[in-house]
Design a protein around this ligand. Structure first.
Ligand code: ADP
Ligand code: ZN
Length: 815
């Protein structure tokens, strides 16, 4: 009898591939283990065992596997079940899900580049083969697997590389990731022997002739009367107006102990912070959620901003832990939510692990392994969307915070999944419960709750004394007419800014455009400079004096003369965050201002620094794009200003109104989070716009009903399902032909359910032209059948030689 395995390869091919194994191997191998296999003429891949059987493939001769990499499966059965669902639902391959899920260290393949790890300096610990590779890397910057085969003169080297990775000798070159190392901050702690008053006094006495050191010691106790807590060194020095030299002397006298901690991992004295006692309405919400779980597996928690949803999650997490279950906490974006992570870390300490696609490979591998081993270090996983792909074995609860956020949806590359929806399926596989939380739920989720598919719990008051902020709409047309504008600021907004500053309060200003001015035009000939690679106009960035493309990154210096007519008559229209800061600096000299947008948060620690500066009151005004809306909690902010609300309302998308409501409510929600009443000023040319009126009235339900009605009228989800198809090609003529062919073919299959081909809002990006189609399937249509038909059309499309180089993208639930 012969023995075979079917494996999943991390490539976008629909089917599984069969390889030959020995009888002994067939006893050893299990589903979810990795094997190295040859593929094509000369490639090798790491593949995942899917099944073990005795049936030789019919169409081809099965090759032997090269090597088995694991003693235990590294992917669980539940995970594979989930991935299979993803592949079926989102019309991609399990291989693509595999590639998205596994840290690349698990998936060595012939194209992997292996580089030296500069931190490694213990050559003595290496075996002979390992040393050969180490030495080769001293002379060559990077090696591929086949180079290593030549170097050690052995055929199977994947385990060797794996060991080198484990020992920290080598790293994988990951062009995809900008490496992210969590930032370490210096903390000082009192040497415990000085907790004794006698010892402390004696020490102070000795410092009689060192007034600066004395002053620093005294300041330490001002900030920290009992002396027990560690302090951030930077903060201590700032408050004491002292220097690192002074601090160093106290360190060397062993008065202070120094340690470094990751800013989001600080646990004081290894003691966890006690969780808060829930208010009456929080308690009642908690009980309602638990009640709803008796009937439904998913519960939508609709709680206004600052209603204390996080504390409710914490109670639910504690209960899941008591039942010895794992918990997954999903966030829209890790980098933007460090505040929340620190809060949860302080409650749960080391049983909470952060999974971040930008963390180093080793850290991601560590979380994976801890989960597989059901280690105590991974009872709670907090992560962004890709965390739904981790190897959970015993999930009890999934929390999807800010469930309305569209960063839960992955658009590129495949798998194009929605993490909220994938989380609900994952929970189902584990028989776990799901809480979706938001102050502004997505229309789909609220609809599901209204139809009893989900439970629904409402929390309509802010926690404690807090009340929802007052929202005022300012009519820009009127203000311009009456000459009450000062640059981009109406007199009302400027007055409010000044009075907030006078009370030493803080201010957030929101403008959903970065850069200085979105459009540059020539007043003589009307020409607008465009990107050479994309069909969009360029944005002016003043600091660098460049024109930039926000789609492909192209930039050119801004010339003083128009390129078309050579007149020096270029002017700018519109405004972005950069220009707001510039004009604020003129209007309010000496007020420290921070800016948070894509441009200022690119460095490794940049984002954290902007938040810290604002948290500590070093900046008084924070100007930013929608990054500002993501769950930030600053207690001192009493005023939020929206410079111009109009452009987002006019965005060509069926969700534009819903999104504008969510965005504005969320920005507004940053105001008045502590006891003092908050204010929000929204400037607009359309103060009578329905959505703005609803924002002003905090009228979520009204907005929901109206939007739902529109969706019914115009045939959009949740009343039907949408699948988008995108064709891309660098040659416009080929694309035209291809989309014409596809349009006809789709129409034959789907009749009136097809819209398109149409031009996307930006018909060309990065030199690729695009055409789109929209398929709308009614809810009672058999989705599975329609999807199968669509895949058939795709196959016949790609069988046409001319179209083989056209990118064919399918995006299920493309919104
Ligand atoms: P949300 O997640 O709904 O926006 P948060 O959970 O951030 O609200 O709560 C808002 C603020 O109220 C936070 O500063 C939080 O510390 C505080 N808070 C919430 N619940 C309690 C409680 N039960 N006791 C004390 N403070 C609370
Ligand atoms: Zn461009």
């Amino acid at each position: 009898m012969e023995f075979f395995i079917n494996v999943i390869l991390p490539i976008p091919l629909q089917r599984l591939f069969t390889y030959k194994i020995t009888q002994a191997e067939s006893h050893f191998l299990q589903q979810g283990m990795r094997v190295v296999v040859p593929f094509g003429k000369s490639k090798l891949y790491t593949a995942i065992v899917f099944s073990i059987h005795n049936d030789a493939p019919i169409a081809y001769e099965a090759k032997d596997i090269y090597q088995i990499l694991d003693e235990q499966p590294i992917i669980t059965n539940k995970q594979l079940k989930h991935w299979q669902w993803m592949a079926d639902y989102y019309l991609c391959t399990v291989g693509e899900v595999l590639r998205a899920a596994l840290p690349s260290a698990f998936l060595l393949e012939s194209e992997t580049l292996i580089v030296q790890n500069n931190l490694f300096d213990e050559e003595m610990s290496l075996t002979d083969d390992e040393f050969l590779v180490f030495e080769a890397l001293q002379h060559q910057p990077e090696l591929k697997i086949k180079d290593i085969v030549d170097i050690v003169q052995k055929k199977h080297v994947v385990s060797l590389i794996q060991n080198l990775l484990k020992k920290g000798v080598v790293e994988l070159k990951e062009a995809l990731y900008q490496k992210y190392k969590p930032k370490l901050e210096k903390y000082v702690k009192l040497n415990p022997k000085f907790l004794d008053n006698g010892a402390l006094n004696a020490f102070l006495n000795d410092l009689k002739n060192a007034p600066k050191q004395r002053a620093l010691v005294l300041q330490f106790f001002v900030l920290n009367p009992k002396g027990e807590k560690p302090l951030l060194a930077k903060k201590l020095l700032e408050k004491a107006q002292s220097t690192t030299v002074v601090l160093k002397s106290l360190e060397s006298k062993e008065f202070f102990e120094v340690f470094y901690e990751q800013i989001d991992r600080v646990i004081f004295n290894n003691e966890l912070v006690k969780t808060k006692i829930l208010s009456a309405s929080q308690k009642s919400a908690l009980i309602q959620i638990k009640e709803s779980f008796k009937i439904q597996d998913v519960c939508l928690l609709h709680g206004v901003t600052s209603s204390g949803k996080t504390e409710i999650y914490v109670s639910l997490i504690q209960e899941a832990l008591k039942q010895d279950k794992q918990v997954l906490f999903l966030l829209p974006e890790i980098a933007l939510t460090t505040q929340l992570i620190s809060r949860l870390k302080a409650y749960f300490g080391n049983i909470l692990a952060v999974f971040h696609s930008k963390y180093s490979l080793n850290e991601r591998v560590e979380v994976w392994q801890n989960l597989l081993e059901k280690s105590d270090k991974a009872k709670i996983i907090i992560g962004a969307r890709s965390a739904v792909l981790l190897p959970f074995s015993n999930l009890g609860l999934i929390i999807v915070d800010e469930e309305h956020e569209n960063s839960y949806k992955q658009f590129e590359p495949s798998p194009r999944y929605h993490a909220r929806d994938a989380a609900i399926v994952l929970a189902n596989i584990h028989k776990a419960k799901v809480v979706l939380g938001s102050a502004t739920p997505s229309i789909e989720s609220y609809y599901n709750a209204q139809n009893n598919k989900y439970g629904l719990v409402e929390l309509s008051e802010r926690f404690g004394e807090g009340t929802l902020p007052n929202i005022e709409l300012i009519d820009l047309k009127e203000k311009y007419k009456k000459k009450r504008m000062n640059g981009f600021f109406s007199d009302t907004l400027l007055e409010e800014i000044k009075s907030a500053l006078a009370l030493n309060n803080q201010i957030i200003l929101f403008q959903n455009r970065r850069g200085f001015a979105p459009i540059v035009t020539c007043t003589s000939c009307g020409v607008v400079p465009h990107c050479p690679n994309c069909d969009v106009s360029l944005t002016y960035h003043k600091l660098k004096n460049t024109l930039q493309c926000h789609y492909c990154g192209y930039f050119e210096p801004l010339e003083t003369k128009c390129k078309a007519c050579h007149n020096p008559t270029l002017t700018t229209q519109g405004f972005g965050t950069e220009q707001i800061v510039a004009s604020l600096e003129e209007l309010l000299p000496n007020v420290p201002i921070g800016r948070m947008d894509f441009d200022t948060t690119r460095g490794k620690y940049a984002y954290q620094k902007i938040i810290n500066d604002f948290e500590q009151g070093d900046t008084k005004i924070l100007v930013g794009t929608q990054m500002l809306t993501k769950g930030l909690d600053f207690s001192n902010v009493t005023l939020v200003g929206v410079l111009q609300a109009d452009s987002m309302l006019n965005f060509p998308d069926f969700r534009a109104h819903e999104r504008s409501f969510q965005l504005l409510q969320q920005v507004a929600g940053r105001s008045g989070r502590s006891a003092s009443k908050g204010k929000v000023i929204i400037q607009t040319f359309n103060p009578y716009h329905q959505i703005l009126k609803q924002v002003k009235a905090h009228a979520y339900f009204e907005m929901y009903n109206e939007q739902l009605n529109e969706r019914y009228q115009h045939h959009y989800p949740p009343y039907l399902r949408m699948v988008k198809i995108i064709l891309k090609h660098k040659n416009a003529a080929t694309l035209f032909k291809a989309s014409d062919w596809l349009g006809k073919s789709l129409q034959m299959t789907f009749k009136n359910d097809v819209l398109g081909p149409s031009d996307p809002p930006i018909p060309r990006i990065r030199n690729l032209y695009a055409k789109t189609f929209l398929l709308k399937f009614s809810k009672n249509q058999q989705l599975k059948i329609s999807k199968a038909q669509l895949l058939k059309v795709k196959d016949s499309f790609l069988a046409i030689a001319e179209f083989r180089s056209v990118r064919f993208i399918i995006d299920v639930d493309n919104y």
